[in-house]
Design a protein around this ligand. Structure first.
Ligand code: PLP
Ligand code: SF4
Length: 337
């Protein structure tokens, strides 16, 4: 018996007839959803974008040959537990493996959830020492799991440790909390982020305009009033946001809430997620259309994390070929005579 599955059946979010199969899914990949997200689901719409993102489906049992346990190669560059150091000037620091929701397309679904929740004090010491001993590290990216699930006391401990490392200038927090559990963004949390001697940026994971609620507005208002720069990351997902209208509206709403769209991620090769993936060419066509109709400040960079840990590659459609601009100039010249 799975508590989360029972909860979703009780809330009429999934049918009791699907219970056995969905328990199989839940045994393999963690399940959790917040009350805020349940409240947004249209119970009569099987294709509701919130439902599709956070409630398990039988399709997840379909694991394809190209899918991987560590699709972006986090563990290929793990010098000590909880640190991923792939680019010289920045590291990921993962203090916990818990999330407020478990996205069905998660690229770290083999790592998040389960029993290992927090880094042990010794593991945290080793991770902090690693950062201390590598003076090329300019930026520390807190991710996980969701760092804003840490109690303010624990979060403060980590920020204080980083405060003492002179070569670290930027702390970036990656979180879904402002969307899925916005009441956690309190004055206390904002004051904590503000009181760090480092510059703290927050990257918010947002995938659909339906997620932009009054509670999200309250959270982002508090954060921007505290001087925290806000950026967003979106995953391009088949059947959820893979059309021009949805992405156009999402990016505009983010900018209206003082959040700069940063990355649009092509979905990774995580296990049991093939139903969310679409061809890169389709993503590029969407970006081409968005390019003509969106303000520059609404446009994210479309990227793909190359499987195996080779890093993020921009998928920006190519507009320029060598000689093209010169040709256009030539044409204009000809017209002008
Ligand atoms: C994505 C990622 C980063 C951050 O990359 P940016 O392009 O700076 O946002 C850093 N380290 C690892 C291992 C990553 O996967
Ligand atoms: S919040 Fe991020 S890490 Fe957590 S399940 Fe969703 S995509 Fe994965």
């Amino acid at each position: 018996m799975n508590k989360q599955i029972n909860h979703l059946i009780k809330q009429n979010i999934i049918a009791s007839g699907d219970k056995r199969e969905l328990e199989k899914v839940a045994n393999q990949f963690s399940v959790a959803i917040t009350d805020e997200m349940i409240a947004l689901i249209d119970q009569n719409d099987p294709d509701d974008p919130i439902r599709k993102q956070f409630t398990p489906s039988k399709e997840e049992l379909n694991i394809t040959a190209e899918e991987r346990e560590d699709p972006i190669g986090d563990h290929t560059f793990e010098p000590v537990k909880g640190i991923t150091h792939r680019y010289p000037d920045r590291v990921l620091l993962k203090p916990l493996h818990t999330c407020p929701v478990y996205c069905r397309f998660c690229f770290r679904r083999e790592d998040v959830g389960g029993d290992t929740k927090l880094m042990s004090p010794k593991e945290l010491d080793d991770a902090i020492n690693y950062i201390q001993n590598h003076d090329e590290i300019w930026e520390v990216i807190l991710t996980g799991g969701d760092p804003l699930l840490l109690s303010p006391r624990r979060l403060k401990k980590i920020l204080d440790r980083l405060d003492n490392i002179a070569h670290v200038k930027i702390i970036r927090i990656h979180s879904k909390v402002p969307i899925v559990d916005p009441k956690r963004i309190t004055n206390e949390v904002c004051n904590l982020l503000k009181s760090s001697s480092k510059t703290v940026w927050l990257a918010i994971h947002a995938n659909h305009p339906k997620e932009i609620t009054p509670a999200f507005k309250a959270a982002t208002d508090l954060l921007s009033d505290s001087g925290i720069p806000l950026i967003s990351q979106t995953v391009l997902l088949k059947g959820i946001n893979d059309n021009v209208q949805t992405l156009d509206l999402l990016f505009r709403k983010l900018v209206e809430h003082k959040v700069k769209p940063y990355y649009l991620h092509h979905p990774d090769l995580a296990k049991g997620t093939s139903h969310f993936r679409l061809p890169i060419e389709e993503g590029q066509d969407l970006m081409k259309t968005l390019h003509t109709q969106l303000s520059g400040i609404c446009k994210p960079t479309y990227v793909y994390d190359i499987p195996g840990g080779f890093g993020k590659m921009p998928l920006t459609p190519t507009y320029y070929k060598t000689g093209e601009i010169e040709d256009i100039h030539g044409d204009i010249h000809d017209v002008k005579g």
